[in-house]
Design a protein around this ligand. Sequence first.
Ligand SMILES: [Zn+2]
Length: 374
Amino acid sequence: MKNVYTEKDIQDMLRAGTCLDTIPAGSVITPSAKDAISAAGKTLTTFGGNTAKSTSGTTNSNRFPPLPAGVPTVPPEPIVPSAEFHWETGKDPVTPEEIQRFFHSPAIQKLKEEMAHVAHKMWGRNMVDGNGGNITVRVGDNLVLCTPTLRSKGELQADEIALVNLDGIQKAGWRKRTSEANTHLAIMKLQPMAKSVIHGHPPYSTAFAVAGIEPPTCLCSEAEIFTGPVKLVPYQTPGSPENAAAVGAIGKDNPAILLANHGVMTWGNDVEDAYWKLENMETACQTIWVASQLNGGKLQTISHEKMQDIFEIRRSIGMTDPREGMKECELCQNDDFMPGALSPVANADNPTQLNPSAEILVKQLTDEIIAQRG
Ligand SMILES: [Zn+2]
């Protein structure tokens, strides 16, 4: 039986025409639920005073120890965690002093600490190597926090974070910004929902990027929900304007992408969200690789019908999916993924036959190796 009534519960009851007197004695009514009752023209006495206040007067009150100091007598309305930074449009700091004051403000300091924390998590999970990888967080119409160049993400400190504008010009910070920031900024310029972008070289997803293969889809439900299909950005020299343009074009619609022969990028509404997507993508690629070694490489896909539920979940968290509306045959196109090496050397004239001269050569080499060992 329910004993806590939230605003949503009250609204659902009112919508369904359920009498509020049916709320059992001793139930807790949250503050926003009380507001919903008042807004509907009802009063708390309508249902006999069964409000939060009544819990302290029930026979249960002596069964539990008293509340610690500062803990409210009514549970707060549950909230979803979010570290998304909201700035006032058109109010970016302009003068050098304004920029310095903004850059050293408590709100920005908190973001720098979160960025350093995520950098350490990336290094700890083998998602970066050497001084590789970088993190950005958008903090204004034209301002972005950015990790510095030539620093291990395992060592990075919050006060080393730099501030740049969307053209990559450094505005504050004593460490020089990373040259790879331009790819992050290319996504941010085209996609306002990308408030934080992360780049790393996690080995399994980077392996797909090096093989030039987009990970097969409809396999790992968690990744399907949070990253969606992972797209491959063709190779361009890291740091070049061509690379930034290629990343922006594909990254704006895809929060998890592979950079051919390089690494990966993810974006989200805050730095933790972007980092979670990095973990989701890497774990999915590792899982797919291990699964491909089982059962002769045959993988069991989520059905077309069940994928519609995944699209529904994605919509509920504000993410549409480019695959919505696709036919069954189009949805899970995994033809590029052929795990494992092919050892036979095919006959060029007839690929279904083995090449006889190659087979002779393999036999000669094998015999020679055995003879040398003997
Ligand atoms: Zn890189």
